[in-house]
Design a protein. Structure first.
Length: 237
């Protein structure tokens, strides 16, 4: 079984608007999160979709699910957590309870505000998670990466060909995530915001999957303008 876990627990404060979280901003008449879910709905590798939503917006997310998707049995809306990894944990709990997920069930976790991922990325995540247990979607860094420990002066400039920018999906077998999450200290869980870093800290080998520059995260107003341009261009193709 393969379950898509859509991480939508944030409030979107960096977008500079406080009416609704950014995942509910509309693109071409549909909320961003609906565009994202649609990519998983049409992917033949995905059996079910679980959306981890901020508790304040559960009713809206349920309403949107019923409005845009006929097969509501394929979608489950569950409360998100205090941070990203807790939201994924809640998604894993829902997968067990709602869909009787077994230990080798694959969770393909993805940001609600990355609506331009391709079917190729989803399918390669599923394949890599089956073979290696855990994988991360990345793109090669095109700019030189500068490291600063004090945010004032350069402390290191890593070799660029070894640098990658992380995207999502991040995919893994559900049992592995549960074991790693349960073994983390409270301090680690508060500091580590990336699911694959949990695996890295516990010495798992995380397989890389090639991402795409189009698979960007809508975080700031500029990103929203780019997304609006892309949706307009795609609609005109």
């Amino acid at each position: 079984m393969v379950i898509a876990g859509i991480v939508a627990g944030g409030t979107g404060i960096r977008m500079g608007q406080n009416i609704r979280p950014k995942q509910f901003i509309e693109l071409m008449g549909k909320p961003i999160i609906i565009h994202t879910i649609e990519k998983f709905m049409v992917c033949p590798d995905i059996d079910y979709i679980i959306v981890g939503t901020h508790p304040d917006w559960l009713n809206l997310m349920n309403d949107l699910s019923g409005k845009y998707f006929r097969d509501t049995k394929k979608i489950c809306i569950t409360p998100g957590g205090m941070n990203r990894n807790e939201t994924i944990k809640n998604i894993a709990v829902a997968a067990r309870e709602k869909y009787s997920a077994e230990d080798d069930t694959i969770l393909v976790t993805h940001d609600a505000v990355r609506p331009f991922l391709s079917l190729r990325i989803i399918q390669e995540n599923v394949q890599a998670a089956r073979e290696y247990g855990v994988c991360d979607t990345v793109i090669e860094a095109t700019d030189t990466i500068v490291r600063s420990e004090n945010q004032n002066f350069i402390t290191d400039i890593p070799v660029r060909k070894e640098m990658y920018q992380g995207q999502t999906p991040q995919s893994f077998k559900i049992k592995l995530f549960e074991e790693v999450y349960a073994g983390m200290t409270e301090e680690e869980l508060n500091i580590v915001t990336d699911a694959c870093k949990l695996f890295y800290l516990r010495n798992y080998k995380v397989r890389l999957v090639k991402g795409d520059v189009a698979n960007f995260k809508i975080t700031y107003p500029f990103d929203l303008k780019m997304a609006q341009l892309m949706v307009g261009d795609l609609a005109n193709d």
